[in-house]
Design a protein around this ligand. Structure first.
Ligand code: BJW
Ligand code: ZN
Length: 291
């Protein structure tokens, strides 16, 4: 199943199914809830919009800048190579913001839905978010496609560890100010987070999938498997422009799964889906998941 998913990975042809499906409006919430009630396997695919109501900026749009940079210019292996100091400042800032944020009604509705229904349904949350808020809300069967702000990976021995230290190293305390007048970053590499294994000592990096990097095969396999068998999928707060996540739900819709999108505005994928519930998902999700 996942092989076919990978085969079409680089193809944007999936968008061609758009014209064949009708989009229903928010008035069909009752009908969607009926479909959800009878579903055996449910996937909730989330993006940055679900955390917007917790005060975490989304990527695309006005809030998506840190200093003068957008995520596409800092979340890359090239940016880390040329200035690990700048990239660590960016991630230190985001770790601090996310640690202070609280899961909102959307995250909580998803976790409560899983807790209530997981004896009769398989419920999987696939998130593109790295902020840990689904986990903190109590979601259990959670796939973090793009990694986690509170995990590090050693650039030398590749060990992945959970790290919730604040700050993650002394040199980063009082750093990461988002003010756009700050230019460059000058923390010596030796003072950035390093692997604690005496035999290694390599530079640590955030355990996050940057642009141009492949997703972890095991994670992709697990997500592909859940997507290929779900009968209902909720697509929540994602612009559906970043691959491979962007093709998951259109493919599920194409093979017959019922797909509902929850967003404050339509996305390029909206015409691919059966339902579109417009509005902040902190309001629409608790309604939809109250089955
Ligand atoms: C609300 C709301 C509220 C607001 N309620 N809603 C095929 C075609 C074209 C390109 C590619 C392709 N395959 C791969 C690529 C390249 C690239 C890619 O997709 N580029 C596109 C930009 C075109 N993909 C990759 O590089 C991936 N790697 C890969 O595929 O490797 C193999 C390969 C490489 C190159 C070529 C081919 C193959 C890796 C992608 C990793 C993404 N990483 C990031 C950054 C993580 C770093 C970090 O966080 O620090 O992940 S990018 C950024 O975007 C982040 C997000 O997870 C991701 C998705 O964004 P998301 O969640 O959708 O957020 P927004 O801001 O875009 O949207 C928010 C939405 O919420 C909006 O719709 C709002 O309306 C809504 N909203 N408030 C409900 N209250
Ligand atoms: Zn190491």
């Amino acid at each position: 199943m996942c092989i076919s998913l990978l085969r079409t990975y680089s193809s944007i042809a999936v968008r061609s199914i758009k014209s064949t499906m009708a989009v229903r409006q928010s008035s069909d919430m009752a009908k969607f809830r009926e479909a959800l009630k009878s579903a055996k396997e449910v996937v909730i695919l989330s993006g940055a919009g679900i955390s917007a109501e917790s005060g975490i900026p989304t990527f695309r749009g006005a809030g998506g800048f840190w200093r003068k940079y957008n995520s596409q210019s800092l979340a890359t292996p090239g940016a880390f190579k040329s200035s690990p100091s700048l990239v660590w400042e960016f991630y230190h800032y985001r770790r601090e913001v996310a640690a202070k944020a609280q899961p909102n009604a959307g995250h909580i509705a998803i976790a409560e839905f899983e807790a209530k229904c997981s004896t009769e349904k398989k419920i999987t949350v696939i998130t593109q978010n790295v902020d840990n808020l689904h986990g903190r809300a109590g979601s259990k069967n959670l796939i973090e496609l793009h990694g986690n702000l509170y995990k590090t990976r050693c650039t030398k021995c590749k060990e992945v560890l959970v790290n919730t230290d604040s700050p993650i190293c002394e040199a980063l305390s009082d750093r990461g100010d988002p003010d756009s007048t700050f230019i460059g970053s000058d923390i010596p590499v030796n003072s950035l987070p390093h692997c604690k294994k005496t035999t290694c000592g390599g530079l640590l990096r955030p355990h996050i999938v940057w642009f141009g990097e492949g997703l972890e095969p095991a994670v992709l396999e697990k997500a592909g498997s859940a997507m290929s068998t779900c009968d209902v999928c909720l697509v929540v707060g994602t612009s559906s422009v970043v691959y491979p996540a962007a093709m998951f739900a259109p493919q599920a819709a194409q093979r017959g799964a019922i797909v509902a999108e929850f967003n404050i505005e339509p996305t390029p994928a909206t015409p691919d889906f059966h339902y579109y519930f417009e509005g902040p998902c902190g309001t629409t999700l608790p309604q939809a998941l109250a089955v």
